[in-house]
Every structure is written in structure tokens, then in C-alpha cells.
Write a protein that binds this ligand. Structure first.
Ligand SMILES: *Cc1c(COP(=O)(O)O)cnc(C)c1O
Length: 425
């Protein structure tokens, strides 16, 4: 009824205000540009399109088709690839489509273990298991926080998987694709790279370039370092006609019906913006995460991989097992308006009580923070996590700092409010 409807709206408004006053460090989140955000409340949201542009099952798609064709064209240009499908409605849906296109139930593929940073969609209780696909995990180099190349070579040669899968949710360093490429060629496997976390860095040319390092299919979310709407995408290079067809059929009618046309339009706008702003934005993200890692390290916190510059991405991992553990530290930080998450680190067995926290700098970068702010943020994290100062007290400092960082940058209409609630009535 009316009270409930308005109460819900009030909660969402309160959420917007809370985030405006908080430091956002969840490595999988971001804020959209004003132009992209506008698409979310357009009439595109209220419509259906099924199939490909020009070959729809519904009428009413004249403008949808134009935008979707443009979206695919922008994707080809931005990522330098021949195949683009912009219809998966999320990263997990994109992964499901790849699994349906590339694998049969009973197949075995090679993946990274969850405790070493993989996403749940490649776990047995996730999309991989749902497809009835079994997994073998690459050996892991804990020091370098990446796949052990010699071990992975051996594993690939012994197990000869149909598909070798890569990509992480705790993604500090590039996957050693170039090193493994001769092995991929030798066994003739399809190489699948899940870029959900690093798509924005790839678009900005600041990470690895999987589509030009031997990968056949990239699946991804479009709302993490890539600062677009909650959506998904598939990219491919050098695919056979048959594989392209199987991927398209897996997306629709396989795992989607309509594909969230408002998000697709927002994605197209974000691609156009990334073409112009992507490089500067992505380079600042990496500088910021290295600066944050350095600052926390200097304060005595146990940031992983100090000898490797902490990270080459948007993410750093901090072992907080000696100061209360990931669960407690993340909760305390939340009470101080620093939003982060607990995270498993190599060797952990419990995802409920893991030893780490994961910190991403992409949204802080997006709202204009640079290296000097990273020092401030490190100081505030240290106060809560190590010095055990009252979160309520630190919250006041957080709010004071955040006042200056509430607009979106690296886009058309830069300077627009990042956390605004759009009242329509
Ligand atoms: C976030 C993530 C996904 C899932 O993306 P959604 O858009 O949330 O479904 C898939 N793979 C990896 C590696 C991720 O980090």
C-alpha cells in the first residue's frame, strides 16, 4: 500500500545519502556517468527486444536496434575484437552463456580455486556446477598471487581440457597468458577469460590485453572497473562461425529473453566515454591502488605482495588476521562509513571468517580521488582496523573528507552528482 511504497523509497533515499557520505572501496562497484544513468530511467527500460537487431520477435525496436548496433560497433573498436554480444544481463549470465556454448555436461575445464580469488560462478555450487561441468584448479604461486606457470603448463598437458578458464574476483596481477600460449596451442583448447573485475583497465590499456594474448572468448560484467550499468558482455576474436553462432544462441534463447535495453543503452554510452577518458581514468586507478597499498604498508599493515608493488590493478588485499580478521574489520570499517568486504586469502578455508579484506580504488578514482587522498584513506582505515579507535569518531573524519568527492569524473558532464536520488514525483 501507499505507506509501504513510500517507506521503501525513503530507504533507498537514505542509502543514497549514506553512500554520499561514505568512502566506497568495494572492488566490484562503481558509479555511472550522468548520461549513462539517464538511460536507466528511459522508456528503453519498459520495452522488450529478443534476438538480434533487424531480426526481432517484437515490433517497436527501431531505435533499440540502432542503439544496439552502435553498442556492438563501439565494443569492437574499444576492445579491438571482431565478436561482441551486448545482451548478457550480468557477468554471471555471460558466464552461463559461455558454459552453454563451449561445454557439455560431464566435461572438465581448468579454473582457479575460490580461495585463490576465483568467482563463485566458476565453483561447483555456481554456474559451472549447474552446467554439470567439472573443474581442475591451476596450482597457485602465493608469493606472486598468480597462477604458477610451470605447474599450470603441466596440468594443461596432463588434463587436456576442452576449455582453459581464467579471471578472478581478487585480481591483483595479470594472468600469465603469453607464457601459457604455446601450451594452449599445443593442446588446442579454447581459452576463456572472465574480465569482470578488470574490463575498465583493459579498455584503458592499463592491464593485459587478453583478446590479443591468445584468448578466444572474454566474458564480463560492465559495472566494476568498467564504469557502466549493471550488465554483461561477451567479446571474441578469431572465432569460427560455428562458435559465434553457438555463443549467440546460448545468450538468446539460452540464458536471456529480453536483455535490459536501458542497461544496453547505458553500456553503449559508457563505451563511447571510455574511448575518450578510459586511458587517463584507468591509469589513475592503478596509481591510486599502488599508493594506497604503499601507505597502508608504511603504517605497518600486512598488504599482500609488497615486493611486487602490491598490485597492477584496481585491487589490493590486506591480511587483517592479526587485528581481528576480515569479518570484524569489515564491519568496523562500515560503522566508520568506509565500505569494504572481507575476503578469502590463499590458505583460508572459511569464506565466513576469512583473514583478509579486499580494497578497490576504481570508485574512489571515479569521484576524483588521487594519490594524496589515498594516504588519507589509509590513515582512516588504520585508525579503525589497527588502532581500534571508535568507528563513530572516525566516521566524522570520513564524512569531512568525502564532502569534496561527491561528483563523477572521466565522463561527459563530469562534475555531476554521483550519488543523487532522481525524484520523479
Ligand atoms: C563479479 C564477477 C562476476 C559476476 O558478475 P555479475 O555481473 O555480478 O553477475 C563474474 N566473474 C567474476 C570474476 C566476477 O568478479
Amino acid at each position: 500500500m501507499k505507506d509501504d511504497a513510500y517507506w521503501i523509497r525513503d530507504q533507498v533515499k537514505a542509502h543514497n545519502k549514506w553512500f554520499e557520505e561514505s568512502i566506497p572501496t568495494i572492488a566490484s562497484e562503481n558509479v555511472m556517468s550522468p548520461l549513462a544513468k539517464e538511460m536507466m530511467i528511459s522508456d528503453f527500460h519498459d520495452r522488450y527486444a529478443e534476438g538480434m537487431p533487424g531480426k526481432r520477435y517484437y515490433q517497436g525496436n527501431i531505435y533499440v536496434d540502432k542503439v544496439e548496433n552502435k553498442c556492438m560497433e563501439l565494443g569492437q573498436k574499444l576492445f579491438g575484437c571482431s565478436f561482441v554480444d551486448v545482451r548478457p544481463t550480468s557477468g554471471t549470465v555471460a558466464n552461463m552463456a559461455v558454459l552453454f556454448a563451449l561445454c557439455e555436461p560431464g566435461d572438465t575445464i581448468t579454473t582457479t580455486a575460490l580461495a585463490n580469488g576465483a568467482h563463485i560462478s566458476t565453483a561447483q555450487f555456481g554456474a559451472v556446477g549447474l552446467r554439470g561441468v567439472k573443474t581442475i584448479n591451476y596450482p597457485w604461486d602465493q608469493e606472486k598471487m598468480t597462477i604458477d606457470v610451470d605447474g599450470a603448463r603441466k596440468l594443461l598437458l596432463e588434463s587436456r581440457p576442452k576449455v582453459a578458464q581464467f579471471g578472478l574476483s581478487l585480481f591483483l596481477f595479470p594472468v600469465p597468458l603469453k607464457e601459457l600460449r604455446p601450451t594452449f596451442d599445443e593442446i588446442g583448447c579454447t581459452v576463456w577469460y572472465d574480465a569482470a573485475h578488470v574490463l575498465g583497465l583493459i579498455a584503458g590499456g592499463q592491464f593485459q590485453d587478453p583478446l590479443h594474448e591468445g584468448v578466444h572468448v572474454v566474458s564480463s560484467s560492465t559495472h566494476k572497473t568498467f564504469p557502466g550499468p549493471n550488465h554483461g558482455i561477451l567479446l571474441g576474436n578469431n572465432l569460427t562461425d560455428d562458435l559465434e553462432k553457438r555463443l549467440r544462441r546460448a545468450v538468446f534463447p539460452g540464458v536471456t529473453s529480453s536483455h535490459h535495453l536501458h542497461s544496453m543503452a547505458g553500456l553503449a554510452i559508457t563505451m563511447a566515454e571510455m574511448e575518450e577518458f578510459g586511458k587517463t581514468y584507468a591509469a589513475q586507478i592503478v596509481r591510486n591502488s599502488q599508493a594506497l597499498g604503499q601507505a597502508l604498508h608504511e603504517l605497518g599493515m600486512d598488504v599482500l605482495c609488497p615486493n611486487l608493488g602490491f598490485t597492477k590493478s584496481h585491487t589490493i588485499a590486506v591480511n587483517v588476521s592479526k587485528v581481528g580478521g576480515g569479518d570484524q574489520v569489515a564491519k568496523d570499517l562500515e560503522a566508520a562509513n568506509i565500505i569494504t568486504n572481507k575476503n578469502m586469502l590463499p590458505g583460508d578455508e572459511s569464506s565466513i571468517r576469512p583473514s583478509g579484506i579486499r580494497i578497490g580504488t576504481q570508485e574512489m578514482t571515479r569521484i576524483g580521488m588521487k594519490e594524496s587522498e589515498m594516504k588519507e584513506v589509509a590513515r582512516l582505515i588504520h585508525k579503525v582496523a589497527v588502532k581500534k579507535e571508535k568507528p563513530e569518531d572516525v566516521k566524522q573524519e570520513v564524512k569531512e573528507l568525502k564532502k569534496h568527492f561527491i561528483t563523477v569524473q572521466y565522463c561527459y558532464g563530469a562534475g555531476a552528482p554521483a550519488y543523487k536520488y532522481h525524484d520523479l514525483i
